[in-house]
Design a protein around this ligand. Structure first.
Ligand SMILES: O=P(O)(O)OC[C@H]1O[C@](O)(CO)[C@@H](O)[C@@H]1O
Length: 357
């Protein structure tokens, strides 16, 4: 029997811990490639990714920016293909968990046709993009057959953080380096606590969660990535309309539509923005009873730098999407989706996935 999505959520802590332990061996091959491409000469690292992979990098972006200063950008493959002015000052990294997304494939193809050397970071090297890239690296996820990726998202995020950490290890000094490693390990352990917490929370709020219609996720800082990924997972699995906002942006218009049919999640990374997030979350309880604060300062979690909190707060939304879809028995697409797929493809022919349940 193939593994369920919950199996992959559960595996995440140990895989992430293992990757942190073997961090040098894991990221060194890519570092060598990036160094020869000029990242130490102030070149800009540009991640090109889509969907959950985009979100995973967004979750890691705060930490990467702290370490690499302003030398990181994140764009979609569509943006790369139609709007990006390719520049010798940019080092592009094409990222895909499946290695089969057609948009990433097209971006790689376009880059190669323009004479670029395509470096890919993939969950599956034995894939279309793995074969076409000039150099491909696996980020330490191992196997994940469920298409609604969870373990892959967190391990990819962790890989990006480890990459930034190892790239700057000499500059930051031994004690800061060791502290960052300790925090990352704490984040991996917190992941398991959030998963356990989510299981209880879903049961406790089952009536509300099994009747969601419109879902909004509000966050700030690093957890904008968490919110974007939560919105994606709930949309693709529960088939409800979802949006995400920076918390303060929410009260500049989007809040005017909210009535008791809306479900609101406020994500608090436990940093300086915390009080404001709590204030807005509390005020929003006047609009709907389905208003939840998911906070890094609670559930008995170890207190860590906000930049690491997406590594575990994401687990809440992964489990929520899985649990609601399973309980509501949503394990297929709308009949019209078949017609849609005949017209537009988002994965190459070698893509395979298994059921989340
Ligand atoms: O495999 P990639 O390129 O990382 O794309 C991941 C995205 O693809 C999907 O598996 C399906 O399009 C999404 O669930 C996910 O966000």
């Amino acid at each position: 029997m193939s593994k369920t999505m919950e199996d992959y959520i559960k595996e995440t802590t140990s895989v992430l811990l293992g990757n942190i332990d073997k961090r040098q061996a894991l990221v060194q091959p890519l570092i060598e490639e990036l160094v020869s491409a000029g990242v130490r000469q102030k070149k800009i690292l540009v991640f090109v990714a889509s969907g959950s992979s985009y979100n995973a990098i967004m979750c890691a972006r705060s930490f990467m920016l702290q370490r690499l200063k302003s030398k990181v950008r994140l764009i979609t493959p569509f943006e790369f293909c139609y709007y990006e002015e390719q520049d010798d000052n940019n080092v592009y990294l094409f990222v895909s968990q499946s290695g089969c997304s057609t948009n990433v494939y097209e971006a790689v193809e376009k880059y190669q046709k323009a004479g670029g050397r395509a470096i890919a970071v993939l969950g599956n090297l034995d894939s279309t993009i793995g074969q076409m890239a000039d150099k491909a690296f696996e980020y330490g996820v191992g196997e994940e057959s469920v298409g609604y990726v969870t373990k892959g998202v967190i391990t990819l995020s962790g890989y990006c953080m480890l990459l930034a950490l190892e790239l700057t290890a000499e500059e930051i000094g031994k004690s800061t380096y060791e502290e960052e490693v300790r925090e990352m390990k704490g984040a991996a352990l917190n992941h398991h606590s959030v998963y356990q917490y989510a299981r209880g929370f879903c049961r406790e709020h089952e009536k509300a969660f099994l009747s969601m219609e419109h879902v909004m996720l509000m966050a700030s800082g690093a957890n904008l990535g968490t919110a974007r990924e939560g919105a994606l997972k709930l949309a693709e699995m529960v088939h409800v309309q979802t949006t995400y906002y920076e918390v303060e942006e929410f009260i500049h218009g989007p809040n005017l539509q909210v009535d008791p049919s809306y479900t609101l999640f406020f994500i608090d990374g436990g940093d300086g923005a915390s009080d404001r997030i709590r204030e807005i979350s509390y005020a929003s309880q006047a609009l709907t009873d389905k208003c939840y604060l998911i906070s890094a300062s609670e559930f008995g979690l170890d207190k860590l730098d906000e930049a690491f909190t997406p590594l575990y707060l994401t687990a809440f939304f992964q489990y929520l999407a899985f649990w609601v879809a399973r309980e509501l028995k949503i394990n297929g697409d709308h009949p019209f989706y078949e017609r849609f797929k005949e017209r537009v493809k988002n994965k190459t022919g070698d893509y395979k996935d298994t059921s989340p349940f």
